[in-house]
Write a protein that binds this ligand. Structure first.
Ligand SMILES: Nc1ncnc2c1ncn2[C@@H]1O[C@H](COP(=O)(O)OP(=O)(O)OP(=O)(O)O)[C@@H](O)[C@H]1O
Length: 296
């Protein structure tokens, strides 16, 4: 099964163009949608999850028309939204049982088995009788994953699942996601490059509603190999460097700025080549998009 998105656009009523003619095919396995805040990730996730309308375009999942056959999609969808509301006075066990029955698991005994297994898998077994309102941020996210996976979905959408989590909880969430079978389509939206590095076979980079790259991370990395250069500058030199070079990112190293520059050739003898990773790709695509937008 494949998810095929064609010419998808969405403009909000205040004229914000959140998605501009998106074309994308997502295969089975883990697909990472990477983009900065406000890029359009959640809008795209919500449209695929049948929670929001698109203005134009089509989405098909196998032979299902996602934008028309919403009920059919919901039966096979597992969705963890960015803002995940919980009933604070209900226990994880009770809510998961309820959600499983809504998803069509009607046999009580069978349902208990599935719910128990999911509580174990998400490491919430010990806390299963506690009210969800007393859960920590990481536990809430793990519960969110549990409810998304409960009925063996064929399409799983997780929107920024690691935002705000400490490194240990983040690892737990990434490990859980990595256990999902390869026969499922999983779309993971995030602004954290390392989430993608660790999990995804394919990546899409989105900014300002435009899909800037789609493909394997390794292809993206190869496309800019040998073109990213770094140099330490003083704080006073920073502005001039930005005017002079294609600075795609800057970071502080022991308090002084280091710039990363996109250039086909070594910009001057003080620059050193950077070993490119997905983060460099991300910054260079966002930079490119920014210069194209400015020139219009
Ligand atoms: N209901 C809405 N009405 C108007 N504009 C909206 C609405 N929801 C989102 N937007 C705007 O649409 C654009 C895309 O937002 P979206 O939430 O899809 O981005 P995102 O990539 O998920 O960002 P974040 O990581 O911050 O959640 C942004 O400019 C946002 O301000």
């Amino acid at each position: 099964m494949q998810l095929v998105i064609k010419d998808l656009s969405k403009t909000y009523s205040d004229n914000t163009q959140a998605l501009k003619n998106i074309n994308l095919t997502v295969y089975q396995g883990m697909f990472g949608l990477l983009g900065p805040n406000g890029a359009g990730k959640s809008t795209l996730m919500r449209i695929i999850a049948t929670l929001q309308h698109a203005d134009s375009g089509t989405i098909t999942l196998g032979d299902i028309d996602v934008l028309q056959q919403k009920e059919t999609v919901r039966q096979i969808l597992g969705y963890l939204p960015q803002e995940f509301g919980l009933y604070p006075r209900v226990s994880a066990e009770t809510l998961l049982d309820h959600l499983a029955s809504l998803k069509g698991l009607v046999n009580r005994g069978e349902r208990k088995e599935v719910v128990d297994a999911m509580l174990q898998r998400t490491n919430l077994w010990e806390a299963r009788k506690r009210n969800l309102g007393a859960y920590s941020g990481g536990m809430k996210q793990r519960f969110g994953i549990a409810q998304a996976l409960i009925a063996n979905p064929k399409l799983i959408i997780v929107d920024e699942p690691t935002a705000g989590l400490d490194p240990a909880e983040r690892n737990r969430i990434l490990n859980l996601l990595s256990e999902i079978g390869e026969s499922t389509i999983v779309i993971l939206s995030t602004h954290i490059v390392d989430d993608i590095n660790e999990l995804c076979t394919h990546v899409g980079i989105i900014s300002n509603g435009t899909l800037l790259f789609k493909g394997r991370p390794i292809e993206a990395i190869e496309s800019i190999q040998g073109k990213i250069w770094k140099k330490r500058v003083s704080k006073a030199e920073l502005l001039e460097a930005k005017n002079h070079f294609n600075v795609i990112s800057e970071r502080l190293l022991a308090g002084s700025p280091q710039i990363h520059v996109y250039s086909d050739e070594k910009p001057d003898e003080h620059f050193e080549e950077v070993a490119v990773d997905l983060e460099e790709v991300y910054f260079s695509k966002i930079f490119e998009e920014g210069t194209v937008a400015q020139s219009h």
